[in-house]
Write a protein that binds this ligand. Structure first.
Ligand SMILES: Nc1ncnc2c1ncn2[C@@H]1O[C@H](COP(=O)(O)OP(=O)(O)O)[C@@H](O)[C@H]1O
Ligand SMILES: [Mg+2]
Length: 160
């Protein structure tokens, strides 16, 4: 049962994609739904609990760099779970526009998104992912999903 790690800028469609394409009973963890301190530790504890039960779990956070993903990937591998990366491709411009349409806590400061976009390194097989999927929004709504060819791993793909 896979450990599924979402990677994508704020407003790239991660939460919407989850709602559309996964079963409502699918275990799902996002720091957005957590408050207080020690979120990373608590998140990892919850992921571990699912993996111990041999269950699949989706972790939905921005996860912009290999370093942000490393501990989760190691956890998945330690439990023998296939580790899947799902990369949400978007331009910064489009994500900023979608973010501007959101209200309240949902809206993220632009500065944070610009920084996260600059840091963003799409998931690579060599980080330890068994499979990597590329998700893009399609007009007027919905998503296209492609599985990445391992050969693409040799090039350092960056969002443009
Ligand atoms: N496929 C889509 N096409 C157009 N707009 C979308 C699509 N998916 C999500 N949105 C809109 O984009 C915004 C961000 O989506 P969301 O799923 O919350 O992103 P994230 O979880 O990555 O922050 C929301 O306002 C949502 O309505
Ligand atoms: Mg979200």
């Amino acid at each position: 049962m896979p450990l599924v790690i979402f990677v994508g800028l704020q407003a790239s469609g991660k939460s919407t994609f989850f709602k559309l394409h996964f079963d409502p009973t699918q275990p799902y963890i996002s720091k957005d739904a957590m408050s207080g301190s020690g979120k990373e530790q608590r998140l990892q504890r919850r992921v571990r609990a699912y993996l111990e039960e041999g269950r699949s779990v989706v972790v939905d956070n921005t996860h912009p760099t290999p370093m942000c993903r490393q501990a989760l990937i190691e956890l998945g591998r330690a439990y023998g779970a296939p580790v899947w990366g799902v990369y949400f491709e978007t331009s910064l411009e489009d994500a900023l526009k979608r973010n501007a349409l959101r209200s309240g806590r949902q809206r993220v400061p632009e500065k944070i998104m610009i920084t996260q976009h600059r840091r963003m390194i799409p998931p690579q097989k060599r980080e330890g992912f068994d499979r990597i999927f590329l998700v893009s929004m399609k007009e007027p709504f919905g998503f296209t999903i492609q599985e990445l060819d391992p050969a693409i791993d040799s090039a350092d793909r960056q969002i443009v």
